[in-house]
Design a protein around this ligand. Structure first.
Ligand code: MG
Length: 388
């Protein structure tokens, strides 16, 4: 039995992880679940999977859940301390980090220090703290299995190959719902437009990130940390059909790619069962029906958030945190209808231009950079509000 902790269990990746746990009851045991606010769903999950611990980041939600689960033996914990306790619980083997945003940094560090393998879906953790997480994982002899579909594809393509033979990583992107729009059209796009992703069904934040291509920028940084490569070793290719989930080119010119229908269950299951491939009832790709696969170059002048991601990565230190935190804040404002679609990149750029950056930030400094980036976004938003 593999004992798993599912962090962010009420989100898109979290619920799909539990679908897999339900399918493989004889092999996977859920020992802890964590979420932020969704008390109803958490109660349901807790009653179905009977974990030892459930933790709610929001203290009030934890109080409510605790009252509802009174008739069970499940321990209900609250706040960041609760998340950390769940991540580091002794009996766990693997921690699935599927929470949204930088909230994942401290629990992921705690899980690694406790010696648990990580099935990593929370890319913000590596973007902001990869320089701390990767060496720590190595020291603690912990494996990090990517759950992000592109990184899982790269991981699968690299399996059993000599990393010294890698010439370049080919990171694919669907291009999102606005791939063929002009910049002028982008300016008028609303949250409802951005949430209509052509291929993938995902949470709201990442779907907007996919529309801005900020997600791809974050994934480039994630790949640098995960696979120990430089920015220039990664080529981003727009592939609108989302069938090739990413690829690796080797120095003899061979390209190894992982293909499949766009279904997150495959990378989740692979991360949990590596190196095995149990049966998965996912849609099979019919190559003949598909007919053709197409590829194009991303346009960093249209999708400026993508360009700023490269600037943030080149600068390094706490700049990726500033980029990521400004984006998180701006996307939240966009989803509330407070700013326009192209304002997201504007706000990111402004934060990168105004927040002081440190070269080698520790965890506290990362969170200081986050606060400063959020303050920079809010300040410029007030300014935008005054102008209107
Ligand atoms: Mg991805």
């Amino acid at each position: 039995m593999k004992k798993i902790v599912v962090m962010g269990s009420t989100g898109s990746i979290g619920t799909q992880t539990l679908d897999i746990a339900r399918e493989h009851k004889d092999e996977l045991e859920v020992v802890a679940l964590t979420a932020c606010l969704s008390v109803d769903m958490m109660e349901q999950q807790a009653r179905e999977f009977s974990p030892k611990i459930v933790a709610m980041y929001d203290e009030k939600s934890a109080g409510e859940l605790s009252a509802r689960l009174k008739d069970t033996d499940i321990k209900v914990l609250a706040g960041m301390d609760g998340l950390i306790a769940a991540a580091s619980m002794e009996e766990a083997d693997t921690v699935v980090t599927a929470m949204v945003g930088m909230i994942g940094i401290r629990p992921t560090i705690a899980a690694i220090e406790a010696g648990h393998d990580i099935a990593l879906a929370n890319k913000e953790t590596l973007v902001c703290a990869g320089h701390i997480i990767m060496p720590l994982a190595k020291r603690c002899n912990v494996s990090i299995y990517p759950v992000d579909s592109e990184h899982s594809a790269i991981f699968q393509s690299l399996d059993s190959e000599d990393h010294a033979d890698v010439e370049r990583i080919i990171l694919t992107a669907s291009g999102g719902p606005f791939r063929t729009c002009s910049y002028e059209q982008l300016e008028g796009m609303t949250a409802a437009d951005a949430l209509k992703h052509p291929n993938w069904s995902m949470g709201a934040k990442i779907t907007v990130d996919s529309a801005t291509l900020v997600n791809k920028g974050l994934e480039v940084m994630e790949a640098c940390h995960l696979f120990g490569v430089g920015l220039d070793d990664i080529e981003v290719v727009i592939h609108p059909q989302s069938i090739i989930h990413s690829a690796v080119m080797f120095r003899d010119g061979a390209i190894m790619a992982q293909m499949g229908s766009p279904d997150m269950k495959l990378p989740i299951q692979y991360a949990l069962f590596y190196p095995r491939r149990p049966y998965l009832a996912t849609e099979r790709v019919d190559l003949v029906k598909l007919g053709s696969l197409t590829f194009e170059k991303p346009d960093p002048e249209k999708f400026k958030g993508f360009k700023y991601a490269y600037e943030a990565a080149r600068c390094g230190g706490s700049m990726p945190t500033v980029f990521n935190a400004a984006n998180e804040r701006a996307v939240a404002l966009f989803l509330k209808g407070k700013i326009g679609f192209t304002d997201i990149a504007r706000l990111i750029k402004n934060a990168m231009d105004t927040v002081p950056v440190s070269a080698d930030p520790d965890v506290d400094m990362i969170f200081e950079a986050e606060d400063a980036a959020i303050a920079a976004v809010d300040k410029m938003c007030e300014h935008l509000g005054e102008k209107n």
